[in-house]
Write a protein that binds this ligand. Structure first.
Ligand code: UGA
Length: 442
């Protein structure tokens, strides 16, 4: 099928390369000139496993192209994927200006199309995470626009919702081997087009109206985040009564009704999705006068995680002022260079408030951290390697479970520290093993 993808961020680019590898012809429209130039040269602007190699393949087979020519993309494509950002506004609701702007561009370009192309019809597919009712709004925009053109009967344009369920760091896998595909449509034609697109995927396909599809996305992310905050609350209780939260999670997870995933206690969730989507979902609830205290509590528990960690640190190390403390891991999770809303930013801010001397290391996230948090970055040091970051340290705080941290020679780390203290905020390292090297656990 001929597909246009608007927006070459994480979701857009992963969608584009994966659809291209399925044999579709994909044209990616990107406004940012610098990003566009890099992509045209086959370079990916963020760290995500497998994307670059799939991009190479797709470029070699001529299945993908990058452009700023939205008119050409609209003219040649039957499916128009909308993959732009929906960042949070100050009140927590989603900023839909980029979504609206792409839709305007699509509609404007449709004006200029020759009738023979218009008559084939267009399906606008919203992949961006958007509040319930967004597809309806876009449909209304389209209807108004067609009315304005006075040739509404010729242009057949429909808006569908097809939310993504891609984890950063595993996005290509999640796209190619999904647990389910959700198709939100208002017509048989829309359903047929999207079912054809995904015909080679072996997973359940849920066909619903667009509002239900939009709801599935927010509800899924909010539920996963709720599991995390729940186990973090249990973790605080475990600390008080000397129980082992990892074992508790394991014991719960074997119950199929609960499931083992997203029960890892620790520093809490970050990134560009959960914090923003929860706020937006709660804001939708408040708008419709539905009580959303449950979601608000999930958000609050998460926001408290860095503070609880600081309390633990002070409890263990007493005075933090002047102590050299090492932060291992800056990205919000491993296998990504994404530092948006990362727990490390909150922890480092807290350590600086205590006037600690902070040294940080991350395998791939340092450049993005410096760009995203210039004030914090100017007040800490960055090391080129984990060993260097731990040199003469009074304590390590591990914030991201990068696999390479497991492979460190921890005996060597301990021997170079002033005091071998470690707080593993991800319950990731084998703590008994560390104790053998003289580490004291946080
Ligand atoms: C999440 C969802 O998992 C995807 O399905 C969804 O498509 C995506 O948001 C999105 O809306 O675009 P992502 O944010 O990339 O994906 O990463 P997750 O693996 O879900 O982790 C989110 C955060 O929760 C991370 O900070 C992670 O460290 C934390 N987490 C996860 C925990 O603290 N404990 C857990 O048990 C699991």
């Amino acid at each position: 099928m001929n597909i246009a993808v608007f927006g070459a961020g994480y979701v857009g680019l992963v969608t584009a390369v994966c659809l291209a590898t399925q044999g579709n012809k994909v044209m990616v429209v990107e406004k940012d000139a610098d990003k566009l130039q890099k992509l045209q040269g086959g370079r990916v602007t963020f760290y995500e496993p497998d994307v670059e190699s799939l991009l190479d393949d797709a470029m070699a087979s001529g299945k993908i192209a990058f452009t700023n020519d939205s008119a050409a993309a609209v003219a040649s494509s039957e499916l128009l994927f909308l993959c732009v950002g929906t960042p949070a506004l100050p009140d927590g609701s989603a900023d839909l200006s980029q979504v609206e702007s792409v839709m305007k561009t699509i509609l404007k370009n449709l004006q200029d199309l020759p009738a023979r192309i218009e008559s084939r019809g267009k399906l606008v597919v919203v992949k961006s995470t958007v509040p319930v009712g967004t597809a309806d709004r876009l449909s209304r925009m389209a209807a108004l626009h067609m009315h304005g053109l006075g040739n509404g009967s010729r242009i057949d344009i429909e808006v569908a919702s097809n939310p993504e369920f891609l984890r950063e760091g595993a996005a290509v896998h999640d796209f190619l081997f999904p647990d389910r595909i959700v198709i939100g449509v208002e017509s048989e034609r829309g359903e047929r087009l999207l079912k054809t697109l995904y015909s080679s995927f072996e997973c359940p396909v849920i066909v619903a109206d667009t509002r239900t599809a939009e709801m599935i996305k927010y509800a899924s992310n909010s539920f996963l985040a709720t599991k995390i905050s729940f186990i973090n609350m249990v973790s605080d209780l475990c600390d008080k009564v000397q129980a082992d939260v990892a074992q508790v999670a394991k014991g719960m997870g074997y119950d199929k009704r609960i499931g083992e995933q997203f029960l890892k206690a620790g520093i809490g969730f970050g990134g560009s999705c959960f914090p923003k989507d929860l706020q937006a979902f709660a804001s939708v609830g408040r708008k419709h006068h539905v009580k959303v205290e449950l979601l608000e509590q999930v958000i609050r528990i998460n926001q408290d995680r860095p503070l609880k960690l600081l309390e633990k640190l002070k409890d263990a190390l007493w005075v933090l002022k002047g102590k050299r403390l090492t932060v291992l891991g800056l990205t919000f999770k491993p296998n990504t260079d994404d530092v948006r809303d990362c727990p490390a930013s909150h922890v480092i801010a807290g350590l600086l408030r205590e006037q600690a001397d902070v040294v940080a290391y991350d395998p791939v996230g340092i450049a993005n951290f410096k760009a995203a948090y210039p004030d914090l970055s100017s007040r800490i040091r960055f090391a080129d390697h984990a060993y260097e970051a731990c040199e003469r340290s009074d304590g390590i705080v591990l914030l991201t479970e990068w696999p390479s941290f497991k492979d460190l020679d921890w005996a060597r780390v301990a021997s170079r520290m002033d005091a071998p203290f470690l707080l593993d905020a991800r319950h990731f390292l084998i703590e008994e093993k560390l104790e053998n090297y003289g580490f004291v656990r946080g």
